[in-house]
Write a protein that binds this ligand. Structure first.
Ligand code: ADP
Length: 162
């Protein structure tokens, strides 16, 4: 039986922390579906299609890793894909409360949906997409924390905005 997992998130933008989780997940599962949530948050720096494009480029040569996007409830997406294992990353105790609430709610919404957690690698546990957005918006250098393609796309985006 093939073991598949959905790794959902905003990925706005994708960071080296996300990449680390995805690559480790590909060692544990036969198929890792990265589910990019199409949210309409005004705080987004990249559109969902830009986020998908970046993820597809980063993982283009990885045969176990697939990029997809979804709108609405994660449990509905899980149902549609017929994949009921959800993976989330756990960085600090700050993540814990929110993740516990989400995992419990998703399981209450659909009993089949189980969330599992992968502990962040110590080298990346301080990285978050919001931190990257702040660094970029304030003109800093976030290159240590994000893949090259992300840096390129973000710079392009900022130039477009003038
Ligand atoms: P969301 O908006 O759904 O929280 P994110 O894109 O911020 O989406 O994060 C997706 C998942 O990746 C979450 O489970 C989050 O805890 C995890 N994550 C984010 N940054 C890191 C990191 N640096 N190391 C490990 N996991 C991370």
């Amino acid at each position: 039986m093939k073991r598949s997992v959905i790794y959902p998130g905003s990925f706005d933008p994708l960071t080296n922390g996300h990449v680390n989780i995805i690559e480790r997940a590909a060692k544990c599962f036969d198929k890792v579906i990265i589910g990019v949530a199409k949210n309409s948050s005004k705080n987004s720096i990249l559109s969902s299609s830009e986020r998908v494009k970046i993820l597809k480029k980063v993982f283009k040569n990885k045969n176990k890793i697939f990029v997809d996007q979804f709108e609405g409830l994660l449990v509905d997406y899980a149902n549609k894909k017929k994949i009921f294992t959800v993976l989330r990353g756990m960085r600090t105790v700050q993540d814990f409360e929110y993740e516990l609430q989400m995992a419990t709610s998703n399981n209450k919404l659909n009993k089949k949906v189980e969330t599992i957690f992968m502990v962040a690698d110590g080298n990346y546990s301080h990285i978050s997409s919001s931190l990257i957005k702040d660094i970029i918006r304030l003109g800093g250098d976030a290159s240590k924390f994000i893949p090259k393609i992300v840096e390129k796309e973000l710079k392009k985006k900022l130039l477009e905005k003038g």
